[in-house]
Design a protein around this ligand. Sequence first.
Ligand code: NAD
Length: 262
Amino acid sequence: MTLLLGKTALIFGVANDHSIAWGIARAMHGHGAKIALSYAGEALERRVRPLADTIQCDFVEQCDVSSDEEIETLFIKATAELKSIDILVHSIAFANREDMLGRYIETRRDGFHLAMDVSVYSLTALARKALPLMKPGSSILTITYYAGQKAVPKYNVMGIAKAALEASVRYLAMDLGSDGIRVNAISAGPIRTLAAAGVPGFKKMYREFTKITPLKESITIDDVGAAAVWLASDMASKTTGEVLFVDSGYNILGLTVPEDLQ
Ligand code: NAD
């Protein structure tokens, strides 16, 4: 279990022990990586620090990714303390709840900008700052959702954001390929997290999911963590610009009616 031995992973997006970023941090630590964590704001520190202690992580820094100043400060600290980064994980998204309640057509300019800034642009901003710290063989990962590829009720502006995020992955992969840096996304099936609780109708969708998917199994943060370990490891050295689905096969289906209704 040492696919990431000798590598350092800087992971953005742990809010609590349900966060996908936490599943990734735990899995990468289990494979020998040194972990550094960044969380959004002061209020989360009391949740994130105790988690960090369990994986011997002593770089735990705040960074609101909508602020260039906070990103700058974070990377000054990362440069001083970590020296280099082999893995950058972006597991961050935000949209106003009111923009997910009604129809997509109602989305206002400020809500659109907010979702795109926090959920999409931040990947590019973090990648640019991380670049001087990354050697050939390094890897960048983000987390997306199927609503970026197909229209999903209520996902609204976040679906548009995920589409743009997946396009960013392709453009960053093209840019950074000659630096020997790979950029990929994991498209996760529904997982009960803080962010998911903000999606109207999520609970119902979550319940139906296992009845529909080929594997009939729900997705855990450990499943995403395992896929992230592989993508960040040298085992995936020729994979870049990809979206890897960890969704029990949901995305391959053409008809999504639960079996008992067919
Ligand atoms: P989560 O709430 O645990 O994680 C979201 C993280 O984004 C939090 O840590 C939050 O603090 C952070 N964040 C929000 N605004 C920020 C800002 N301005 N600056 C810095 N950080 C900020 O929920 P999660 O489900 O683990 O979400 C992680 C990623 O996974 C998101 O991109 C989400 O869209 C994606 N995703 C989630 C699911 C799911 O079902 N939970 C499915 C597919 C994709």
